[in-house]
Design a protein around this ligand. Sequence first.
Ligand code: ZN
Length: 239
Amino acid sequence: MRILPWLYLVGSRQFGLSSPWDCHIYALRRDHGGILLIDAGSGLANSRIIANLKAEFGDPLPPVTILVTHHHPDHAAGTAPLARELNAEVCTSDLTAPILTAGQSDNPGYPEHMVYAPCLDVRTYRPGATLDLQGFTIETIPVRGHSEDSVAFLLDGEHLFSADIVFYGGLLGLINAPGSDLTAYRQDLPKLAGRNIQGFFPSHGLFTIEDGQQHIDTALIELQKGFVPRAIGQGDLIF
Ligand SMILES: [Zn+2]
């Protein structure tokens, strides 16, 4: 599903593109370059993700890099098999890499048949670094609060892939799970203030191609109040 001339959605629960356990999986490609995937999904529908990629980009596919936002299973459990099937390079922060390379045996809330397999070959970066992947220049912005290893990706200084950090309407990704922390949100979310972000592409729910900054600003205002801010799961947006 094409969003912009260089941006596609190739996996998603909400848009019915892959497994109900998958986050949004964005594919970036400019001109005739390689493909940059943002996250890999749960691994429960890799064949559908690959079919979606081939429908958009042809068969055989150009080279693929998978850039993982954080370690949660709906984003990362499928990384190892997807990378193997696509012969893709995997890149993630040095906060997430230890979990990716070890895999996870205990994934509460996810189907028992889901496998979070170790991904042994991972290229790492230090959060805050600027990456050049498949022709895209990406500023990495670590923002704790949803998880300790969450990183947002800022493309061309104006398009933000916000992972589960902040969602459309200013919802936070504050969840009842280890590593999710409102104090960390207060400390780190201001890193996304005042950036005049246009394209705003969270990993669940709605996205927008213009005036994305308003959703971040709404979250920042909510964080200054004395009550627990609106967060994913509190309304009908589960994930
Ligand atoms: Zn998450």
